[in-house]
Design a protein. Structure first.
Length: 181
């Protein structure tokens, strides 16, 4: 008997790249990778993965509502299996799965912001830590999409993606020159 399509998608997702971290990268990687192309590629991976769950993403603000629901569903299936009993406590995801999901969905979240407000992907030192992180610079503001997804996956619905985006949007629109593209 074959696995249901969603479970196969989750299994393929688990098998993806395990060699890089979503936000903790080396200086050598910073010098050799085109960060913008890499994050766009992760965003495209998110769009493809969403299709396997019969969800169409279009990089709109409204699509983030679908991403929020999809992350909850994927998280539940990864933790508990396809026939999850949500009344039982779940095990935390292994770090490599959280990292991979953070890269993919952080790429998508960042591309939604970048396509609306402009900006450039870079790797910079995280303001409150001693590590490098993929950063979206928008008109002087710094957004850390992969970090946000990481928090969403580890803290649950309390770190809601839509609330985060609405806060980012309000701050970017309030900045001088905060034009929508």
């Amino acid at each position: 008997m074959s696995s249901p399509p969603r479970l196969r998608a989750v299994k393929r997702w688990k098998k993806k790249s395990r060699n890089t971290r979503c936000y903790n990268v080396t200086m050598e990687q910073e010098q050799t990778q085109d960060i913008g192309a890499m994050m766009q590629s992760y965003a495209e991976d998110a769009v493809r993965m969403a299709r396997e769950f019969r969800v169409e993403l279009d990089y709109s603000e409204q699509s983030l509502e679908q991403v929020e629901r999809l992350l909850e569903q994927l998280l539940d299936e990864l933790q508990n299996g396809p026939a999850a009993n949500t009344s039982q406590p779940s095990e935390p995801l292994p770090n490599q799965q959280v990292d991979e999901m953070s890269r993919i969905w952080g790429g998508y979240l960042g591309e939604v912001v970048r396509r609306r407000f402009g900006g450039e992907w870079t790797i910079e030192k995280y303001p409150t830590g001693d590590f490098l992180i993929v950063t979206l610079n928008v008109n002087g503001a710094k957004v850390f999409p992969a970090m946000k997804i990481h928090k969403r996956l580890t803290n649950g619905a309390a770190d809601n993606l839509l609330a985060f985006y609405q806060n980012v949007r309000a701050r970017l629109e309030a900045k001088p020159g905060g034009k929508v593209q």
